[in-house]
Design a protein around this ligand. Sequence first.
Ligand SMILES: Cc1cc2nc3c(=O)[nH]c(=O)nc-3n(C[C@H](O)[C@H](O)[C@H](O)COP(=O)(O)O)c2cc1C
Length: 200
Amino acid sequence: MKKNLFIVIAMAVSTLVSCNKPQPASDEQVINNIMTRVSVRQFTGERPSDEQVQTLLRCAMAAPSAVNRQPWAFIVVDDPALLKQIGDSLPNTRVQNNAPLCFVMCGDLSKTMEGEAQEFWIHDVSACTENLLLAAHSMGLGAVWCAIQPNAERIRKARQILNIPDNLIPLCIVPVGYPAEQPAVKDKWKEENIYHNRFE
Ligand SMILES: Cc1cc2nc3c(=O)[nH]c(=O)nc-3n(C[C@H](O)[C@H](O)[C@H](O)COP(=O)(O)O)c2cc1C
């Protein structure tokens, strides 16, 4: 009797523990999310919740980085006056199209490796950006990757508006909100972009 009770308790505990582990989504859900993401450049103005913003940041920070240096910093901008300045000065960011907030995705040069390996920050922050775009899409939010780096003038403007310190370099700005447009999914499959083994 005691033994049976022990087994039941052990099974209950093991079920609870496994429920707390992050469960991977099914292949189909993950692949469908990747294949249906599109850039959204028009927003309703409705603000994503704080929990959604937190999840997006968690997903960005889950990205791989060279030697796991995580040389990044993310500025969440939701102050209407700052959003207006960004939209006016950097119209390529689409923030002026009713975006309730945007993420400024930065590299942190104080956390990078030395020498030529310093350039890995661009790869690392790009990985964060793609993670954030895919997470936003999975939550029914729209977003678009808007280039700041390597354009010196855009970097200067972003620095000036947000008072960004010298060690941070803004790579891109990602406005996020509820979509006010439903762009068609693009078919980008091109067989001619694939090569096998070595070039003779
Ligand atoms: C490095 C990079 C820079 C981009 N810069 C901008 C930009 O400044 N403004 C913009 O509206 N979209 C920008 N985009 C979004 C692209 O235009 C978009 O990803 C491309 O047209 C493919 O469309 P899709 O994202 O809907 O698949 C950028 C994308 C990347 C990856």
